[in-house]
Ligand binder design. Sequence first.
Ligand code: 3PG
Ligand code: MG
Length: 401
Amino acid sequence: MLRTIKGQSFAGKRVILRCDLNVPIKDGQITDDGRIRASLPTIKLLVEQGASVVICSHLGRPEGAPEAKYSLAPVAERLEQLLGQPVVFSEETVGPKAKAAVKMLASGGVALLENLRFNPGEASKDSAERSAFAAELAELGDVLVSDGFGVVHRKQASVYELAQQLPSYAGLLISTELDILTRLTDSPERPYAVVLGGSKVSDKLGVIGHLLPKVDKLLIGGGMVFTVLAALGHKVGKSLLEADQIETVRGFLAQAKELGVEVILPTDIVVASGFSPDADYEVVPANAIESSRFGADGMGLDIGPESGRVFAIAVSESKTVFWNGPMGVFEFPNFAGGTKSVAEALLKVSGLGVVGGGDSAAAVRALGFDESEFGHISTGGGASLEYLEGKTLPGLEVLND
Ligand code: 3PG
Ligand code: MG
């Protein structure tokens, strides 16, 4: 059983709150604050209870040393606006300065520590190094509330070892994410459709293998679909292709057939002259990608409009849908159509429609959809996929009694 903060009181305690505030930042500006907003319920609850809240997070993948572009300083500012109260920012994650910053906190006060990954111990492969860094973090609080769902698949000091060193509980975000994921794995309402996209089929093999026996429909788009089309014997021009996965793909197509899972693939593709927002493009049948005027140089950048309609019907008629990975290069408006169709259809699902984290979550926000209208938008791309693959997630395992 997962230990959670429900029913606990943290009044008067100094709480280290591990969040996943790993948000995209461009030129110092946060371009999507979804993960910060998703962290607010737990922060507010702790503040209301009268805890002093010491928040920590990673951002990006610095390699164990400070790098200005990965500073959490812009996140502290945004957090302050969203919370409507001051957030003390500690420019050092641990050590005397961090201690001084957290000591100043009154009950109900909030501090944010600088990026955990500026310290080599956080993501070290050596468990002794991780434990030593976790011990430094542990000096900053009495208890740990672990709420960084997006990072629970990482065995890192603040996610794993710290939870062993302090009394530790899962926060509200982790609880919510798990409630949803459980609904996707234990007796989902039918029909159940899984929509997969994104660039690499190799990233999705685990989840395909684990979910095939549970789902009614598997829809595939995005860059990964070209490996599937190649596995069916079609030429794909310069589209993304993982040639070494073709045999594996044939294997899961055969398995899907045996299990009676309907595999829905695009029937048309938007083929472009190259990878750029203003590339020329043409819609061609999915089994004749090289028939476009770009010939063998054509590059598939989106599923076509007919496919978009077919995918939308399959999605909106389902009672449970899990979607991970964009259908095309949604960052370029000319190639965002397929992703838009799936997102719109997901809004019509009468049961549970889940947007996996990562790129698909970024896509629905970037395309201007109202987040609150979706059944759930996960904050963890890799984490939710690994959960659905049936893997043990270190950051959850350590919170179990
Ligand atoms: C993510 O964005 O995937 C999470 O924040 C985890 O980050 P990581 O993949 O760099 O460990
Ligand atoms: Mg990741």
